[in-house]
Design a protein around this ligand. Structure first.
Ligand SMILES: Nc1ncnc2c1ncn2[C@@H]1O[C@H](COP(=O)(O)OP(=O)(O)OP(=O)(O)O)[C@@H](O)[C@H]1O
Length: 237
């Protein structure tokens, strides 16, 4: 399993011109590794995540996801195929949790399994996994609360647990620790690291927090849409 972006360029309309948000970005994230992306505000980090998560189609370049079930260039998928790929193969954690207001924490995870999980998963296996993930993010006691009854940090932890529910081949994470205290932040990084390593997920993680960079397999810095390697990726088989 791996995610490989090759020569990805993305521009946005900018008055009569185009603004180049990603400038021929090439990035290889082997399954089981985490690539951290740092860089100043406006340098293109969110654009990179959006392209990897099929939320924006790049102007050019390829975004190839290799999974057990095949190889796909995500940059060429139709909207419908991209939505399916997101449901079945990806975990996406953005800063705004975007939880469903009417559902409790555990229901948010179960719905995700229902939409994108393996068809043969039993209700009890789904329930067990949801409970395990909520425990891993420290929310066992809050499993039956709705988003309005949770703090911002707790909502973010539900968001992360939900993204991990279907054992994603690709995990795309934006600032996972920004709403958390340092202890919870470290626990979340532990959880993401475990999932990436144990489940061979290719993970791209944007962070401004240097505390956790030493835990990452590779570290890149984005400047004006160009990606620089700060730490060489370690290949994990
Ligand atoms: N939808 C859009 N339309 C036009 N320009 C955009 C759009 N989204 C982002 N940009 C511009 O593209 C560039 C890269 O933005 P991006 O959000 O990817 O940066 P970032 O590194 O994630 O920033 P931050 O750390 O502040 O979130 C910026 O100059 C931004 O203003």
């Amino acid at each position: 399993m791996a995610l490989t972006l090759t020569d990805v360029t993305l521009t946005y309309p900018d008055g009569a011109d185009r603004l180049t948000a990603l400038d021929r970005v090439t990035l290889h994230v082997p399954g089981g590794t985490i690539a951290a992306v740092t860089g100043p505000s406006g340098s293109g980090k969110s654009s990179l995540l959006a392209v990897a998560a099929t939320l924006i189609r790049p102007d050019s370049g390829t975004v190839v996801l290799d999974t057990a079930s095949g190889t796909t260039d995500l940059a060429t998928l139709s909207r419908r195929a991209a939505a399916t790929a997101r449901r079945t193969s990806m975990g996406i954690v953005f800063q705004q949790p975007n939880l469903i207001p009417a559902l409790t924490a555990i229901e948010q995870l179960k719905v995700t399994a229902h939409l994108g999980g393996p068809k043969r998963a039993t209700r009890s296996a789904t329930s067990t996994r949801a409970k395990e993930l909520l425990a891993a993010v420290g929310l066992t006691e809050h499993a039956h609360k709705r988003p309005a009854q949770l703090s911002g940090g707790q909502r973010q932890r539900v968001n992360i647990a939900r993204a991990l529910m279907n054992d994603p081949a690709l995990l795309v994470v934006d600032e996972p620790t920004s709403a958390l205290d340092s202890e919870r932040g470290a626990a979340i990084i532990d959880l993401i690291t475990t999932i990436a390593h144990d489940h061979h997920a290719s993970t791209i993680l944007v962070t401004h927090d240097p505390t956790h960079l030493h835990r990452m397999d590779a570290v890149y810095s984005m400047t004006d849409g160009t990606l620089m390697t700060l730490k060489v990726p370690s290949e994990v088989s």
